[in-house]
Design a protein around this ligand. Structure first.
Ligand code: COA
Length: 335
């Protein structure tokens, strides 16, 4: 039988966070110049005012490396022994992104793989990394969410182009005790392939989305998963200091907070500045909020996401003493 202390020593503890955004910004005004839309429509329906978009010389791998480098530089010094990259927009079908990311960070030789779960990919990757730590495969794991979702819509489609942006975020998880600040609580995950057609992109430039149905599922699934994750962690929803929801649409996250009974000033967001960045969304928001002080050490934090698949999930952690030194702006070489 496993001793309780050994189990406690197998928790996954967040000990570094970082993010990267392409320097090029596309504003709503830029879009109204070429699409039949208005700034007012986009802001009132989505909360988005601008998004960062990568040029051809800034790949998903580049964004992932920039975010990971910040997480490693600003966090606790640890030896990373595995890399997981969540992405829906890898630079190529084969090989995976993660081995290249690992090598560019000087980590050649460690296990490294990609994971695709739409905009929920980062939560799936956290669960995978916690499993690698529990299985004794690695003492510390780099988890990256990186996407270039701006490549997916048809450039002429006013209903989807305004929604998406590019970016990457990363956390480092190390083995530790379940009672430590930064320890991940139980990770609730789910999927429903009967909704596969609601968001689909057979190739870049050909995204289809049933916006209203996706909206309804997103609110429902994130609210339910959040309640389950809070309960599994032994928290009441009223204990939550900060709700960190996937950033797709500020109306969606507002509905989720309302359904959970979480006051709006505890709901963090940055969709207005970055749009929907897919698997990068949660770690980007964590990094930015920790840097600007909206997320403080000791805050009981709930993460939740929803995405294509359909997929969804949620988890909890008490935010540790981490604050990236730089805001995640302008990382990248096409500055
Ligand atoms: N500018 C102006 N009008 C637009 C427009 C735009 N960019 N996009 C759509 N419209 C029009 C539509 O053509 C429609 O016109 P009609 O009434 O004449 O047919 C009208 O606005 C309403 O469209 P609708 O799709 O009902 O709007 P909505 O309030 O549902 O908002 C979304 C659309 C996409 C913003 C919303 O459904 C949404 O955010 N869905 C979830 C998307 C998401 O989260 N995806 C990723 C999940 S991870």
């Amino acid at each position: 039988m496993t001793a309780a202390s050994e189990v406690a020593g197998r928790a996954a503890v967040v000990c570094g966070v970082g993010a990267a955004l392409p320097p090029h910004i596309v504003t709503n005004a830029d879009l109204t110049a070429r699409l039949d839309t208005t700034d007012e429509w986009i802001r009132s329906r989505t909360g988005i005012t601008q998004r960062h978009v990568a040029g051809v010389d800034l790949s998903t791998t580049d964004l992932a490396v920039h975010a990971a480098a910040q997480a490693l530089a600003d966090g606790e010094p640890v030896t990373v022994e595995a890399v997981v990259v969540a992405t829906t927009t890898p630079d190529r079908c084969c090989p995976a992104t993660a081995p290249a990311v690992a090598t560019r960070l000087g980590l050649t030789g460690v296990p490294a793989h990609d994971l695709a779960a739409g905009c929920t990919g980062f939560l799936y990757a956290l669960a995978t990394a916690a499993g690698l730590i529990a299985a004794d495969t690695a003492q510390a794991v780099l988890v990256v969410g990186a996407d270039r979702l701006a490549t997916l819509p048809d450039p002429e489609d006013r209903t989807t182009v305004p929604l998406f942006g590019d970016g990457a975020g990363a956390v480092v998880l190390r083995r530790g005790g379940a009672d430590e600040a930064g320890a991940l609580g139980p990770v609730v995950l789910g999927s429903d392939g009967t909704g596969a057609d609601l968001i689909r992109a057979p190739r870049p430039g050909a995204l289809y989305m049933d916006g209203a149905e996706v909206f309804r599922h997103a609110v429902d699934r994130m609210s339910t998963a959040s309640r389950q994750a809070a309960s599994a962690a032994g928290w009441n929803v009223t204990d939550i200091d900060r709700l960190i929801p996937h950033q797709a649409n500020s109306r969606i996250t507002s509905f989720v907070a309302r359904q959970l009974g979480i006051p709006d000033d505890r709901r963090l967001g940055n969709v207005g500045d970055v749009g929907n960045t897919g698997a990068a969304s949660l770690p980007l928001l964590l990094a930015r909020s920790a840097a600007d002080g909206r997320l403080e050490p000791g805050h009981r934090t709930l993460l939740t996401a929803f995405g294509a698949g359909l997929t969804w999930g949620a988890t909890t952690l008490t935010w540790p003493g981490l604050s990236p030194t730089r805001r995640p702006e302008g990382a990248g070489h096409d500055r």
